[in-house]
Write a protein of this length. Structure first.
Length: 345
């Protein structure tokens, strides 16, 4: 087994790999499971939940350079547990994976970090907030004000995030159902960050401004066993309104969405209220991946075309997927991000 395969095996125990995308449909035996009567409490729930099997701190940003060129960045820290509990030192069952990316209309830069828990190489603390893996970090006195840094062999970024609106709970007070069988996660977002800072691309410093969206989820079995992947949209409209919606693909597709008013008031939409239909596909990494979509939310008059800024935004990481900035046209105009998993091996 090569080093890459060994690290992946640590992150996703081999018996888990057969059920659901990345093993996320495997039975949660021994781990804590989300409860519909549990409401996230802050700042504690900004921190880790080691009794749950999987968790992430996932930030995407739509940016503009000084010449008006659109671009985006991603910063993600994943925590995966081999067993419940924190543990001490090398005995910790927690493992960590970090992804960072910068996407422009003509280039897509990706880097990955992997770490074991318990030795200080990676982790999260709630208050003051700090999430890190090696020298990548998301840190600040609280979630309202954060500095975000990461680098790869051909890119780097250092940006400041300032919240301009409230946290948003998805589903029923943060309990987000993912399948007709009832699989679920605890899920909230901070979709109101303003961004200032700089990217470094090919040795050139590029000042940027824009907006960012942070997603937080934790669960132990977020997918049903037959769900092979998802298409997830975070869209920010020029009106100030926002839409989070996803399609979980399986024997029967399952959808969910949140409509977020400009003041941060969120309305949860049930399975079937949100639809996303591919309009065009693109060959990337030997796969045919949808890169233009028709997205509809009739209850809010939304009928838009969502188009990838760069169709080649493939994350060639240990668990590969597509992730990149999108433009929105139609009934509503705006920008956003699209994540797609489960397209090919």
């Amino acid at each position: 087994m090569n080093a890459r395969a060994l690290l992946l095996a640590l992150l996703l125990p081999l018996p888990a790999l057969a059920q659901g995308f990345a093993g996320l449909g495997t039975d949660a035996g021994g781990f804590a499971v989300p409860r519909p009567d549990t409401v996230p409490a802050f700042p504690a729930d900004h921190g880790p939940h080691p009794d749950f099997r999987i968790e992430w701190w996932y930030l995407t940003a739509n940016l503009t350079g000084p010449d008006g060129a659109p671009m985006g960045l991603q910063w993600t820290l994943f925590r995966s547990a081999l067993a419940p509990g924190e543990g001490v030192g090398w005995a910790s069952p927690q493992v960590w994976m970090g992804h960072a990316a910068v996407t422009t209309a003509t280039a897509h830069h990706v880097a990955e970090r992997l770490a074991r828990g318990g030795i200080g190489q990676a982790g999260v603390q709630a208050n003051p907030f700090s999430a890190w893996i090696d020298d990548w970090a998301m840190q600040g006195p609280g979630m309202d004000s954060l500095r975000l840094t990461a680098s790869g062999h051909d890119f780097a970024y250092d940006v400041q995030l300032t919240a301009q609106g409230p946290l948003v709970l998805h589903g029923h007070q943060g309990y987000s159902v993912k399948s007709a069988a009832g699989q679920a996660s605890h899920y909230y977002s901070q979709p109101f960050y303003s961004v200032t800072g700089a990217l470094n691309l090919a040795g050139a410093q590029v000042p940027v401004t824009g907006t960012a969206w942070l997603d937080r989820e934790w669960s132990s079995q977020p997918l049903a066993a037959d769900q092979t992947g998802w298409d997830w949209f975070s869209l920010s409209f020029d009106t100030g309104e926002k839409l989070m919606g996803f399609v979980l693909r399986g024997a029967r597709d399952y959808t969910s969405a949140s409509w977020i008013a400009a003041d941060g008031t969120a309305t949860a939409l049930p399975d079937g209220a949100f639809t996303a239909a591919p309009l065009a596909r693109h060959a990337v990494a030997g796969r045919q991946v949808p890169v233009r979509w028709q997205v509809r939310l009739p209850a809010r008059g939304v009928d838009v075309t969502v188009s990838a800024l760069n169709p080649d935004a493939w994350m060639a990481t240990s668990v590969p997927y597509w992730e990149g900035p999108v433009t929105v046209t139609g009934s509503h105009a705006g920008r956003g991000y699209l994540e797609m998993t489960g397209y090919g091996d």
